[in-house]
Structures are given as structure tokens and as C-alpha cells.
Design a protein around this ligand. Structure first.
Ligand SMILES: Nc1ncnc2c1ncn2[C@@H]1O[C@H](COP(=O)(O)OP(=O)(O)OP(=O)(O)O)[C@@H](O)[C@H]1O
Length: 307
């Protein structure tokens, strides 16, 4: 089976800085995949190498089977990248910008697809406006549109929702989910982990140029055992038998690690026994954010995971 993206032993050095330290990555066609990591982990560097914008120090990358260096044109045609930074020619309108972008790929008569993208990204009212007159959020919509003009099978979005409003976020995800349902492979980098959790099936986490986690979100979340319960008590004193469960006590809330739901009954019984009243209670499920914090915190000297 052809992989959408295949990266092998990718190293990238910027002077003394090792930005990527032997990254291996395989993303199947049709996946909705998240590439996560803290600032400076190497996500954009990896994306730029895949897009043929940066040369790797060593290693190889393929998009839909095409090598990003040896088969540059084919690889580039298979890929649409929505970059993190807003860079535009301010003198063209939205529609002209998209027509010019189509021209780069040698596409003529691309008008109906351009109109469809404009419609889906809710750019109709701005289609004839000059790029320089658009707000930041609108410019981001055009960036997404530009990445899609040549209907690439693989779409990479580098923090597409950084600083955009809720409405655009929802419109964008609606459209991207539809593209994924139609068979496009989606690779997403984001710092909004709940967004990655809601949209993606598998995830790779990068830290200091190493992949430190690579699995389905389900498996990663399941690897964190048990849930917690957040309680506001009156009086604000945890009975002695419950002290071993206490994981934090801040701002008048106790957080207890309860492992399983069945433990809740014991917690309530102990509180009743001690005549402590529950003013508020919230059960906290482990989520991707918890996994992320745990993995990033536990890998001061990251060791690559095997895939
Ligand atoms: N052109 C460059 N020259 C020198 N160093 C660079 C260059 N591009 C990136 N770096 C460095 O490489 C490392 C990885 O940067 P990169 O932009 O890939 O991280 P990132 O994971 O995308 O971060 P963010 O979440 O902040 O976008 C950083 O330490 C960065 O400073």
C-alpha cells in the first residue's frame, strides 16, 4: 500500500542545532493525523522538508511514494501545505491569488473548483477584495484555499487555527473533515490538544527533534490509568483515610486520583463518615493534554520510540 507520507531517518541540523534527530514516520492514506510537540520541537522543520522547502541534512521523505528531492515536482503536486505564517502578495484579490496559485501547477480552467473552495471557506463576500484589506482570519482562510487549489491528496496544516475565531475554526474543520471523508489525508499540527483529540485518530509527538510517542489517541489516553475527581468540600479538610488519594489541593479544590469509578463510592462514604459535605464534584477523565504533559515532562532526554 502506498503511504501518504513516509519519512526515514530524517536529520536536520541548523549550524550547531540539531532540529531533527533521526525521525521515522509513516502516515497512511486517508488518515487524519496529528503532529504535536512544544515550541521548537521540529514540527515546522519536518513539514518544510516534506514540502521541499528545506533540505534535510540526511534521511529521506516521500509523499504518496514520490521522493521529495528526486521526484520534487510529483511530490509537490501531491501535497497542499497551509503554512503557519501569513505571507501574501498584497496587490491581488482573493480570486486572483487563487488563479495565480493554480497557474503554478499548470492548471487552467480551474474556475469551478476555485469557486467551490471560496464558497466552503466562506470567502464569497471577499473574493474580489484586495488581499491587503483582509483581516488576519480572512487571510488565513485564503492560505487554506491556496493549499487546496490543485486538489492535493495530502493536506498538511501547520497550526491553521492559531489566533482565529470560533466561527472560522468550525467552518474550517467542517470543510477539512469533509475533505478527509472524500479520501484526502490530513496532517495537522496544533497546540490546541482538544482539537487534535476531537479530529485525529493517530498522533506523533515530537520533542527536541525526536519522536517520543507514536500511537492512536485511544491507546495513548488508555495508557494513563484511572480518572480523578475534583471536589470542593465543607469544611475544606480531607478526611485522613482519603489523604493517600490526594494529588493536589489548590484554590479550595481537592483533586483525588480515584483509579476507577467504583472508588467513588468509597470516597463518598469516607466523606459522609467524617461529616464533610460535598459542595461541588467533577469527574476528570484522562485526555490527550494529560498524556502530552506526562510524555513531555518525562522525557528530559528524549529517546525515540520504536514504531
Ligand atoms: N532556518 C533556521 N535557522 C536556524 N534555526 C532554525 C531554523 N528553522 C528552525 N530553527 C530551529 O529549529 C528548531 C525547530 O524549529 P521548528 O520551527 O521546526 O519548531 P516547531 O516545532 O515548528 O515550533 P513551533 O510550535 O514554535 O512552531 C528550533 O530550535 C528553531 O529555532
Amino acid at each position: 500500500m502506498t503511504l501518504a507520507i513516509e519519512v526515514k531517518q530524517m536529520h536536520k541540523r541548523f549550524g550547531a542545532l540539531q532540529a531533527l534527530c533521526g525521525v521515522d514516520l509513516e502516515i497512511g492514506t486517508g488518515e487524519f493525523f496529528a503532529l504535536l510537540g512544544p515550541n521548537g520541537a521540529g514540527k515546522t522543520t519536518l513539514i518544510n522538508i516534506i514540502a521541499g522547502l528545506t533540505l534535510a541534512s540526511s534521511g529521506s521523505a516521500r509523499v504518496m511514494g514520490y521522493d521529495v528531492v528526486a521526484d520534487y515536482r510529483e511530490a509537490r503536486r501531491m501535497l497542499g501545505v497551509v503554512p503557519q505564517e501569513l505571507v501574501f502578495d498584497p496587490f491581488f484579490t482573493v480570486r486572483e491569488t487563487l488563479a495565480i496559485q493554480s497557474g503554478y501547477y499548470g492548471l487552467k480552467n480551474n474556475g469551478s473548483w476555485i469557486e467551490e473552495i471560496i464558497h466552503h471557506l466562506d470567502l464569497t463576500d471577499k473574493a474580489d477584495a484586495n488581499m491587503r484589506t483582509l483581516s488576519g482570519g480572512m487571510k488565513r482562510r485564503v492560505l487554506v484555499a491556496q493549499a487546496l487549489v490543485h486538489k492535493p491528496p495530502v493536506i498538511v496544516l501547520d497550526e491553521p487555527t492559531a489566533g482565529v475565531d470560533v466561527e472560522l475554526r468550525q467552518a474550517l474543520w467542517h470543510f477539512i473533515k469533509q475533505l478527509n471523508r472524500n479520501g484526502h489525508t490530513i496532517v495537522l499540527t496544533t497546540h490546541y490538544l482538544e482539537e487534535a483529540e476531537a479530529l485525529c485518530t493517530r498522533v506523533a509527538m515530537l520533542k527536541q527533534g525526536n519522536i517520543v510517542a507514536f500511537d492512536s489517541i485511544k491507546n495513548l489516553v488508555n495508557s494513563i490509568s484511572g480518572c480523578s475527581v475534583r471536589l470542593r468540600l465543607s469544611p475544606d479538610t480531607l478526611p485522613l483515610p482519603l489523604q493517600p488519594l490526594l494529588s493536589s489541593h489548590e484554590d479550595g479544590y481537592c483533586i483525588l486520583a480515584i483509579g476507577e469509578y467504583s472508588q467513588l463510592e468509597n470516597v463518598m462514604a469516607a466523606l459522609r463518615m467524617a461529616d464533610v459535605q460535598v459542595l461541588e464534584m467533577q469527574v476528570l477523565q484522562p485526555d490527550l493534554e494529560e498524556v502530552f504533559v506526562k510524555i513531555m515532562g518525562h522525557t528530559e532526554n528524549p529517546q525515540p520510540v520504536s514504531r
